[in-house]
Design a protein around this ligand. Sequence first.
Ligand SMILES: [Zn+2]
Length: 412
Amino acid sequence: MGEAQHDHRGLGRRLELFDTDPLIGAGLPYWLPDGAAVRHALEEYIRDAERRAGYQHVYSPVLGKRELYELSGHWSHYADDMFPPMVLPDGEQLLLRPSLCPHHAVIFRSRARSYRELPLRMAELGAMFRAELSGVLGGLTRVRAIQLNDAHLFCTLDQVAGEARAALEMIRDAYRALGIEAARYRLSLPGPGGKYVAAPDKWRRATALLRRALEEAGLPHEAAEGEAAFYGPKIDVQVADAAGREATLSTVQVDLHQPERFGLRYTGPDGAGHRPVMVHRAVIGSVERAVAQLIEVHGGAFPVWLAPAQVVVCAVSAAQADGAEAFAARCRAAGLRVRVSGPERGSLGARVRQDRLVPYQAVVGEREAASGAVALRLRDGRRFGPLPQAEAVARIRAVAEARVTGLWEGDR
Ligand SMILES: [Zn+2]
């Protein structure tokens, strides 16, 4: 990536994507309008991709009773990473959730389930919390409140490898659209110590299923001990940050533990009750980490569909202000994110430099204003036009809706 690699913290603040305030607290960033636009586009992409892959979306609360996490096993295996309970006057204890799985397991078991419903793919872009120490917090990568792109696939043992492979394909497609590359695939296994639930047979079976999914997908991978979830092994898709440090962005996990803890059942073709498997998967991991990665990889020059402003409209002089405004209105009506940069902000050259990260600069001079046209300058230096305004909007919109990394039709 070379020059495009930046530390997302400085760039994120300079581009006014996010910030923090000591009064809100460390590790609790807030999103400014431009950052919120990127995040919104990302969340829309994920929900679309999930809908098309047959997922059903749910919402569940960001907290729950302590008993919920005792049942799931989080309380005994993961309490160090959780915020302490909030104790109500009547003694009830509530916890900010450390993951979404317990809620989804409860939703699964809230109805009688048949094998015909499997695989049942339950998705939620939901908040979870991690009690990170304040010394390690920073930017979007070490935070205490995390928006997770989570899903749980309740399925039969026979369906696990296929579901895991389909999840890996979703991850691959998402990385292509985002312009992100996986550094490597890691098969994360348990290590020594009491962090992991003790059930050697389940670990062996779950690990074999993940290995099969990786092999069928033709993905080279390395095994790493001590990196599994407490309830099961996982495939971690590793990405590298600007400093070359690796982090996990996406995961696919096989869990034979929580279905048992929650007593999950479905009725099989034989009329008897059977235990489903839970496959946990996150395509872009957390929204925070994904945006941090995008900032670093693209140096703020986001793909069109993610860019906070997709078009900036520049009138050459005040005489073309109406023409510029008309084009901006057309862009807005077409669902594009657009900004007007008038001559009060400096010479045309200065304005073009100011907004050099914006994918399209639409310039309206005397000639364009007279004919209802715009001249387009692309971020990479290419120029098109003058084009009729309607055509320019249609072309930009087509690129934005295709969710590709190129800037113009036919780009790769
Ligand atoms: Zn989960």
